[in-house]
Design a protein around this ligand. Structure first.
Ligand code: ADP
Ligand code: AMP
Length: 222
């Protein structure tokens, strides 16, 4: 299965992605995570991407599409992938179709996680991430057992530099302007499901998993 998870920043894509890849044995491909790793390693691409990320803007399509194409070309992606944070523009969605058809893949499902704007702001400004393994927490909604320490690996938690109120507002504007218009593209493709992300993490996951089980059954039949 090749699945896309989309939704505004803070909707819970990364949180759901962690559960989905475990349950459905998919490879998690998060463009945001790939950029953050490249920034940490100070690669040329990472430094370029950082200029945009720090401002809350989208990294240019030609950089993102190149990164995703290289990742999807690796053998581990043949069996199944969960794309998280990509595509984010109509142009990226079209480019993804081209890349997928070159690689004999197709998009089996697109899940959009919907949450209203006030809640997104709360979620993003309270988000903390493990510096070591990348697990995501929230200071109130999903806190670690010990303050600032990752439950899984004992790593230190940090706040993403783009999770400030000002940058979050810009990222939400960018989502509305550049990403929302892409939804119609997938609605027309008939593989789109919209899920209410305002509920508890496990309730959201129950819906996501039930939808993906149906998709998986249909994919098997073909
Ligand atoms: P995204 O990947 O879409 O930007 P995250 O998965 O990182 O979003 O979630 C953003 C923040 O909201 C994190 O701090 C996370 O712990 C928290 N969160 C995720 N899902 C929920 C939920 N259903 N209810 C409350 N908080 C949530
Ligand atoms: P995320 O981790 O998904 O919230 O992404 C963090 C930041 O990385 C975004 O605000 C963008 O600047 C950049 N980014 C991630 N994915 C993409 C993409 N598909 N297109 C453009 N920029 C992206």
């Amino acid at each position: 299965m090749h699945v896309i998870i989309m939704g505004p920043p803070g909707a819970g894509k990364g949180t759901q992605a962690e559960k989905i890849v475990n349950e459905f044995s998919l490879v998690h491909v998060s463009t945001g995570d790939m950029f953050r790793a490249a920034i940490k390693n100070e690669t040329e691409m990472g430094l370029k991407a950082k200029e945009y990320i720090d401002k809350g803007e989208l990294v240019p399509d030609e950089i993102v599409v190149g990164v995703v194409k290289e990742r999807l070309s690796r053998p581990d992606c043949q069996e199944g992938v969960l794309l998280d944070g990509f595509p984010r523009t109509l142009e990226q969605a079209e480019a993804l179709d081209d890349v997928m058809s070159e690689l004999n893949m197709k998009t089996d499902a697109v899940i959009s996680i919907d949450v209203d704007e006030d809640e997104l702001l709360n979620r993003l400004t309270g988000r903390r991430v493990c510096r070591n393994c990348g697990t995501t927490y929230h200071i109130n909604f999903n806190p670690p057992k010990v303050r600032n320490i990752c439950d899984h690996c004992g790593g230190e938690l940090y706040q993403r530099s783009d999770d400030t109120v000002e940058t979050v507002k810009e990222r939400l504007n960018v989502y509305k302007k550049q990403t929302l218009p892409m939804i119609d593209y997938y609605k027309r493709g008939g593989v789109f499901a919209s899920i209410d992300g305002s509920r508890d993490i496990d309730e959201v996951f129950a819906d996501v998993a039930s939808y993906l089980r149906d998709v998986q059954e249909n994919t098997k039949d073909k």
